[in-house]
Design a protein around this ligand. Structure first.
Ligand code: 4NP
Length: 153
């Protein structure tokens, strides 16, 4: 059975599509299933933000086939690991958890780099291109740790 990893942000058009694409680009597809979702219903069915598409493409990663979807309680059954991009997403995911087993699957993604500091991947939606570069770098580092820790390489 592959390890099933879900990346979650608010809109599923900026941060989590990048997290999905970056992790996918590093892992053995036989060992890993990666997806992403948003806690909101704002961008269901939409392509990733063009600024995310651009920064991914700059690093040789194509995320254009992704489409926005909303996180649902069924995702607790469909995934082993659920990574929230920020504390607000984290709270909204935990609100849907049915039991301790569901809750144990969820972590803040940057806790993989600096454990217990509870840092947020900043929401780049209202900022400029630099925000997306910054997000890419953080997610690149965090996904290195995830790939290593769960033996997805
Ligand atoms: P994301 O960024 O959560 O990283 O996809 C956002 C995208 C859209 C909105 C907010 C954040 N929005 O308010 O529409």
């Amino acid at each position: 059975m592959p390890v099933r990893v879900l990346m979650v942000c608010l809109g599923n058009i900026c941060r989590s599509p990048l997290a999905e694409g970056i992790l996918q680009s590093k892992v053995d597809p036989e060992k890993t299933m990666v997806d992403s979702a948003g806690t909101s219903n704002y961008h269901i069915g939409e392509s990733p933000d063009p600024r995310s598409v651009e920064i991914a493409s700059k690093f040789g990663i194509d995320i254009t086939n992704q489409r926005g979807r909303q996180f649902t309680v069924i995702d607790f059954d469909d995934f082993d690991l659920i990574f929230a991009m920020d504390k607000s997403n984290y709270k909204n995911i935990l609100r849907l958890a049915r039991n301790e087993e569901d809750k144990k699957k969820v972590d803040l993604i940057l806790n993989k780099i600096s454990s217990r500091e509870n840092l947020d991947v900043p929401d780049p939606y209202y900022g400029g291109t630099m925000g997306f570069e910054n997000v890419f770098r953080m997610l690149d580092e965090a996904t290195d740790v995830i790939a290593e820790e769960y033996k997805l390489l």
